[in-house]
Design a protein around this ligand. Structure first.
Ligand SMILES: Cc1cc2nc3c(=O)[nH]c(=O)nc-3n(C[C@H](O)[C@H](O)[C@H](O)COP(=O)(O)OP(=O)(O)OC[C@H]3O[C@@H](n4cnc5c(N)ncnc54)[C@H](O)[C@@H]3O)c2cc1C
Length: 306
């Protein structure tokens, strides 16, 4: 059986694309490979009409609202290989419930596979991720407003993030965990906003039983009480499928797309965190919807030649 569209990934981008394509009566298979990027977080903030919803509940609603659309199938599938076959694609993977292998043919593919965050290898970062350790003040700044905050990192990245976070709290400390590589100008800008800098090595983050941050402990044993720590974590793509097809990536590792959400491989589209730009659940959902529209229009052009 050939699908019109194979959507790989069932996060905000993938489910939103499936909804729009279902409403176009397109035969769609959504490969749901499992947990979304924000699974460690208690809530999705800033999502219009759903502010504060649990990540799993947001996606449950997304699945529920696909049910009326008979042409959309969702399966628990991890896609591991993909290749072009003429003007179509052939993907293979496994059913993550039954372990059964599967092969899928599709006229178009939408990659909505997201990214994974790489955290510093220090005790506490992984454990407190999503609660005491936060990646984005737009997502979680309001919840920790006017509290003692830390911003972790070095160089220009930490300077920009600390200045941004100072919008939410007047008590912000930069933690560089060793030499901070901060220019005199960066130090001046931080000082001007009353942001102090600690360049001592960090031993660990100490959390509460609920994985909120209690304090940062340095290697000399001293502790700095903080209620949250922000950082710009490095990321990698959750899947290598775009690489397998030879799609171009940006210098930061995002899958390059044009204004019609198409990658450099004709027929292969991408949406959500996989692509360059601001990463938010609502923006991923919007990008998924936009990709679905351009995919439907490209299929329509193919079906209705001049
Ligand atoms: C801790 C944390 C908290 C956050 N809080 C917020 C917030 O409050 N508000 C907000 O707007 N944003 C928040 N974000 C950002 C938000 O999570 C992302 O922007 C959003 O999840 C992106 O959606 P997506 O569909 O692109 O990717 P994802 O939601 O990550 O979904 C990608 C899906 O693809 C699947 N997948 C990957 N590879 C394969 C494969 N080979 N085969 C099949 N499936 C595959 C994955 O299992 C996953 O289900 C947060 C992020 C983090 C890390």
């Amino acid at each position: 059986m050939q699908y019109d569209v194979l959507i790989i990934g069932a996060g905000s981008a993938g489910l939103s694309a499936a909804l729009t394509l279902g409403r176009c009566l397109r035969r769609v298979l959504v490969a749901d490979g499992g947990l979304p990027r924000n699974e460690a977080s208690p809530a999705v903030h800033g999502f219009f009409t759903r502010d504060g919803i649990a990540p799993a509940e947001l996606l449950r609603l997304g699945h529920e609202q696909l049910r009326p659309y008979d042409s959309v199938e969702v399966q628990a599938l991890e896609i591991d290989r993909i290749a072009q076959e003429g003007r179509s694609f052939r993907a293979t993977g496994v059913n993550t419930v039954t372990d059964a292998p599967i092969t899928i043919a599709a006229r178009r593919v939408l990659l909505a596979t997201g990214v994974a965050d790489i955290l510093p290898p220090l005790p506490g970062f992984r454990e407190l991720w999503g609660r005491g350790v936060l990646h984005c003040p737009y997502c979680h700044g309001w919840e920790v407003r006017q509290q003692p905050l830390a911003v972790y990192g070095r160089g220009r990245t930490v300077t920009g993030l600390a200045l941004l976070v100072s919008r939410w709290s007047a008590d912000v400390v930069v933690l560089t965990d060793g030499p901070g590589y901060l220019t005199p100008n960066a130090r001046r800008r931080l000082r001007r906003h009353k942001i102090s800098i600690r360049e001592e090595r960090i031993a660990r983050l100490v959390g509460t039983p609920d994985n909120e941050l209690q304090c940062v402990e340095f290697i000399d044993g001293s502790q700095l009480p903080r209620t949250a720590l922000f950082l710009h974590a490095s990321q990698h793509q959750r899947s290598t499928l775009a690489v397998q097809l030879g799609a171009r990536h940006t210098s930061k590792g995002a899958v390059r797309v044009d204004s019609a959400m198409q990658t450099t491989i004709p027929g292969l589209y991408a949406a959500g965190d996989t692509t360059p730009g601001t990463q938010q659940a609502l923006l991923a959902a919007a990008a998924g919807s936009k990709a679905a529209i351009v995919i439907n229009e490209s299929l329509t052009r193919e079906e209705c030649p001049r």
